[in-house]
Design a protein around this ligand. Sequence first.
Ligand SMILES: [Cu+2]
Length: 335
Amino acid sequence: MKTFLFIILVSSFAVVNLVSFASAEEYFVSIPFGAYDPTFDTPVDNWFEPPVVAINAGDTVTWINDDREGHTVTSGQGTGRFGWMSGTKFGEPSGVFDSGRFLKDESWSFTFLNTGLFNYYCTIHPWMEGVVFVGESIPNYPHDANGQKIDEFPIIGYTHDGLVELDLTWEPDVILTHEKVAFIYHTYDPATNSNLDKMKYNFILLQSDVEIFRDEGLTSVGGDYRNYIFDKPGPIEIRFENIESAGSSGIESAARGPAADLSMRTIVFTAMVYDNTQKQEHHEIVVQPAKRVELQYEILILIITIPGALAIIAVLYMMYGKGKRSFRKPGAVKI
Ligand SMILES: [Cu+2]
């Protein structure tokens, strides 16, 4: 019951784009000796070293003043190396962060919780410019759209009437853009804990609340899988709608009550798609399972019935077929 409530809770959450912090790290930026000198006639190549830092949301950057003068680390646009020369430009702070002046051997830290590109500069020496790029932190474990870790696959969902259980797994655990993900699911009758003989449903994918894929009138025997390749990062919903099931016995029992309102028979799971830093495009469109499951169901019947029929024919042939022979070896002991 606890699991049941948990699933209801998880699946009913509004999809919120929250970043989960896999492991926060600290990065260091030096303000090198000579940064106060705009002529660049210094032993250094950059005003901030390194001038560009790429970090993940939740990480901290610490600036250390290795110069002899006081400096600031202020979000916004500086004047560039030559802009200050006109004497009219002093930079424009953006208001995200401002260290205030800190002196030789002092340091100042800032933790970046939001993703984005942050330009910064020194308000005292506006030619001093740097950049912090904050990307999404990609966890190395499966989780839902709220960043809640999934400790164990499969995750389990039920229709509101509790008559259909759907267990979902996806591979790979972390979903990236331009990389095929397989959603693998099994369907059960919770009353008997056995696979559903047949389940009809629609499979729908939504990303950032927009429907991006819909496959209607699917039929599954015990389970199935769907492949998909996402173009964009962002939270997704994996929806199984209009679920119709005859249960594990294959017969809709009277005990199951009146026919359920199909529009209510929906099971929703959520997940997050991350930007793929290795692959920027893909050439396949949507990768589908090779065959419609409806067809597979019929094939399954053939697979079961044909060998069965052949076996019966073989037995009948052996019993009543002409030229009946004894398979007993001569001289074998009769028991
Ligand atoms: Cu400065």
